[in-house]
Design a protein around this ligand. Structure first.
Ligand SMILES: NC(=O)c1ccc[n+]([C@@H]2O[C@H](COP(=O)([O-])OP(=O)(O)OC[C@H]3O[C@@H](n4cnc5c(N)ncnc54)[C@H](O)[C@@H]3O)[C@@H](O)[C@H]2O)c1
Length: 285
């Protein structure tokens, strides 16, 4: 799989994915509904402007690729009216998955979301750490679009024989986002909405690359999060304060993520290489 189409290439995750794939010797066909065209352009490769809710444009965007990394979605609740988020993401996901089938691609790797697991946990999780089995608990049209996407992936994979990997990404942090981290520590409830999870954009990119290369059949979906929480106090203390009645299913490492990544470790050989601890100075801690 040497040529990879990347949708949503000009977005937060897309830029990191394109840079990582190019650095690892892949050819990249970058596409996005927005962003500067030009050759090579800021991504280092040309950007094809294509609107994925249009099947013909999705088909063109994937033509000639061996595999697709599909990131082009409205990326969170609240960015657009709720019904539009559901309709637009469903259309983009269906079109990309069906174009992959039509073109006979070898692999589809795409961005699902931690939100499928019950965020913002206004209803506490059934247990912690939350893992892949804490699904489906969508509470927004955005999360529902990802749940529907996982269902579409399962069936289109079965029809086509193409392996699909959905990555249930936690909240993505770029280097410039880490300055905000100490501001989270004073109030455990500020970030309880995703069990204090996060994921470095460089680790997102590595996870997509590993998912392109992993030995997978059918459609598989795994959580991608950092190995630690965003907080400077022990994970067990956070649970005791905000979710005192939630069952803790194993002995927790001191700062261990409460979005379990054992599934990604097993399926992809994923191991987060980055932490906010490498980027927030001791004075702030
Ligand atoms: N940012 C996060 O914390 C986070 C967490 C979990 C999952 N995700 C998922 O990861 C993916 C990438 O997110 P991001 O943070 O890079 O978002 P982003 O908004 O920075 O980038 C998404 C890109 O996709 C493009 N796009 C959106 N809809 C499109 C369409 N219909 N046709 C063509 N292009 C379209 C946008 O123009 C944008 O450049 C999304 O699928 C998102 O749902 C993001």
């Amino acid at each position: 799989m040497t040529t990879v189409a990347v949708t949503g290439a000009f977005g937060k995750a897309g830029r990191a994915v394109v840079a990582d794939l190019l650095a690892h010797g892949y050819q990249v066909v970058a596409t996005d509904a927005a962003g500067p065209t030009g050759d090579p352009g800021p991504l280092g490769v040309p950007l094809l402007r294509a609107e994925l809710t249009d099947y013909g444009q999705a088909l063109e965007a994937l033509a000639g690729a061996d595999a697709v990394v599909h990131l082009g979605n409205i990326p969170a609740p609240g960015h657009a009216p709720g019904p539009h988020t559901l309709n637009a993401n469903n259309a983009a996901n269906a079109n990309v998955f069906l174009a992959a089938q039509r073109l006979g691609l070898q692999r589809v790797v795409w961005a699902s979301s931690e939100t499928t697991l019950g965020l913002p946990f206004d209803v506490p999780p059934r247990y912690a750490p939350v893992d892949e089995d804490h699904f489906p608990v969508p509470t927004s049209t955005y999360a529902l679009s990802k749940v529907v996407g996982e269902q579409m992936a399962e069936h289109i994979s079965a029809w086509s024989g193409i392996p699909f990997v959905g990555l249930r990404l936690s909240n993505i942090f770029r280097l410039e986002d880490y300055a905000a981290v100490p501001g989270f520590w004073g109030d455990a409830r500020l970030r309880s909405w995703n069990l204090w999870g996060y994921i470095d954009a460089r680790d997102v990119a590595a996870a997509f690359r590993l998912a392109l290369e992993a030995d997978v059949t059918g459609s598989r979906n795994v959580i991608i999060a950092a190995a630690d929480t965003i907080m400077d106090r022990p994970s067990a203390d956070l649970l005791a304060e905000v979710f005192p009645d939630v069952e803790i299913t194993r002995t927790l490492g001191e700062f261990e993520t409460l979005l379990a990544i054992d599934g990604a470790r097993r399926l992809l050989g994923f191991e987060p290489a980055h932490s906010w601890r490498d980027h927030v100075g001791p004075a702030a801690r």
